[in-house]
Ligand binder design. Sequence first.
Ligand SMILES: Cc1ncc(COP(=O)(O)O)c(C=O)c1O
Length: 368
Amino acid sequence: MPRFPDHLTGDGPHNPFPGVRVLERRLGREIPHQLGSNEGLDMPHRALRERFGDALAEHVYSYGDAEALGIRQRLAEQKGIPLEAMLVDAGADSLIALTLRAVTSPGETVVATRGTYPTFAYFARGEGARLVEVPYNEGPGRLAPDLEALAGAAHEERARLVYLANPDNPGGHLHRDEDVLALRERLPDDCWLLLDEAYHDFRDDADGEFGRRVLPGVVRLRTLSKAHGLAGLRVGYAIAEPETLAVMMKVRIHYAVSTLSQAAAETVLDAPGEVAAHVAAVRKRRERLATHLRELGADVLPSATNFVGVRLPTAELAAEVHKTLLDEGKLIARPADPALGHVLRITAVEDALAPGRLATLEQALRRG
Ligand SMILES: Cc1ncc(COP(=O)(O)O)c(C=O)c1O
């Protein structure tokens, strides 16, 4: 198994405040009188109740469950992922930062694809890591993270961690499960694979066997921001071996996922039919959007996500389309990295399909 930094391998650090919910579970009974956490339990919350109702106020007084047991139990039941192999945090982004914090020390090398989901590079730099980026594997109908290049760089640069978004952002490419496993095999033994699966729920085989596997040397990330529509409440989870999660727990901000966010996540997870219907609708919209743009001659990338990536003939044209749409009050995404300056990314929401909404892009495609 890959290594952790020395300061996290011994006993501790120990979280001084695991919280009342965790203590109750350890004791096996409820603690009805909470007199020690210095929370504002007597606050009447008239303004809050007036705006959002009493139900909301019930979820704001106390620090949350640092172990997010209710969320993990639901995910374990629904997806068959072992309870002890999941760690809930404030979105996949927080889990990227947490993984970097748990497995790398400043100055150590991490490897990613140049132009992929940029928050990884941003956090890696912020952690003082040395970032090595390899180019995409690009060709007709293909904009894919280059697994060979990632593995090669990991060896050459003695990397501590390799980042792979699968499905990828901004292209939407999905690598086959066996190719991801082969990447893990090819990485040095002491190098982690951070497998960002923020768009996993949009895969056709999301509930298949591979989706619930706990892979040694791999930290898999998922989110409730997309298929569950909770981006604003910040809930995501990691899937990894319990020993790996135990080290991540040592450096986790323990109340990062609020009581309210946990209650909302549990409520949405208790409505799996609504989530499934939403995912099915998104997939259909994605295909409608892709077909529409392809009919206009666009180079639309195959996507296993809730968006479509479109390659324009030049970065200049992509920049112009992006800017003009923004001037019109329509924000689509264009990667900041010049390596992908020619790519535009459009989320498959109904608004994107409204007649005329993307007329500027359509005109550019007709011209190009
Ligand atoms: C690849 C990838 N990872 C992580 C995230 C962030 O997810 P979260 O909202 O759970 O932080 C996104 C969001 O766009 C993403 O595209």
